[in-house]
Design a binder for this molecule. Structure first.
Ligand code: ATP
Length: 293
């Protein structure tokens, strides 16, 4: 996407957004409700055309007729997926396989991969929320996609299924599949994404990998220490942000991490310590609050 803008009447959904995704990369697209995530996905799918700027997928304009034969290379899971409830899971997947011109032989292995083989012959009407979500993922994975667009993919999945889902994404990444993942669920996501983009009111508030985002945000690093009677140096005294009993909390700029570590190593009587680097959630809050103020 190169300087893409899109409005709906007086609502400016996206304002000059540029982003590039390489083969095998997983990009997290984050933002509040109405930030412009779904609009971005619809532009990439070619369901919408930009008012300004350019969108290219596999080197072609996705809203052009001649992109149709490329669509089979894209897997898409929308938010709040719904199916024909009277069909069985296997029938639903075969239906999507036919739409994508894929062999029905792909269906059962995918249902097995997503832990739905036992329910393949059951009607979708009786599926739980998590089972429907897994079926949605199965249809997105049909045909070994080269680009996967996932809108809130882990909603309704239990922790084990969520971990398995990310393992599947990792395998696909290694096969060269690129992934764009939109989510409101930030905890736990950061270990899987290569890069993140934070959108706010249609604007790009921040973009980069975790290291770059931490650098841009310049949030402090936090060190929690449990110790009996610490003799604090001037430096540690200056950076002591909280103390309660034998629990000490220090905060310092990220660039001071090594210095803090050195000071820590000189202390005796430490029972335990724990580092907290700014998490994706901390960074998200920081960039959103900064844009609101
Ligand atoms: N078809 C449409 N008609 C009018 N306004 C729209 C349309 N689609 C999106 N918008 C508006 O564009 C803005 C961005 O919407 P979008 O759906 O892209 O946000 P989002 O980040 O996906 O939000 P959510 O997290 O709630 O799904 C919102 O203000 C929304 O109301």
């Amino acid at each position: 996407m190169d300087q893409v803008a899109k409005s709906f009447g007086s609502v400016s959904a996206l304002k000059s957004i540029s982003l590039q995704l390489e083969a095998g990369q997983l990009l997290g697209l984050f933002g509040h409700n109405g930030a412009g995530k779904t609009t971005s996905i619809k532009l990439i799918l070619g369901l919408l055309s930009p008012d300004d700027g350019q969108v290219r997928v596999f080197g072609q304009q996705p809203d052009h007729g001649d992109f149709l034969n490329q669509r089979a290379k894209i897997g898409f899971l929308q938010e709040n997926v719904s199916f024909y409830d009277q069909l069985t899971g296997e029938e639903v997947l075969r239906y999507f396989a036919k739409l994508k011109k894929r062999s029905k032989k792909e269906c059962m292995p995918l249902l097995e991969q997503l832990g739905l083989a036992h329910a393949a012959k059951r009607r979708v009407a009786g599926y739980s929320k998590g089972m429907r979500q897994r079926l949605g993922l199965a249809q997105a994975l049909l045909g070994e996609p080269k680009l996967l667009l996932l809108d809130e993919p882990t909603v309704g999945l239990d922790p084990l299924a969520t971990r398995e889902f990310y393992q599947t994404l990792n395998q696909l990444k290694h096969q060269g599949c690129s992934v764009i993942l939109c989510s409101h669920v930030l905890p736990g996501v950061e270990q899987y994404i290569d890069r993140a983009i934070i959108l706010g009111q249609g604007e790009m508030l921040a973009s980069g990998d975790m290291k770059e985002l931490r650098h841009q945000a310049d949030l402090p690093v936090q060190l929690d220490v449990t110790a009996n009677q610490l003799q604090l140096s001037d430096y540690l005294q200056q950076h002591l942000s909280h103390q309660s009993g034998n629990h000490y909390q220090f905060k310092a700029p990220l660039t001071d991490k090594l210095k803090l570590n050195q000071q820590l190593s000189q202390l005796s009587s430490i029972e335990d310590f724990h580092w907290h680097l700014p998490s994706l959630e901390d960074l998200y809050n920081h960039f959103c609050n900064r844009s609101a103020s």
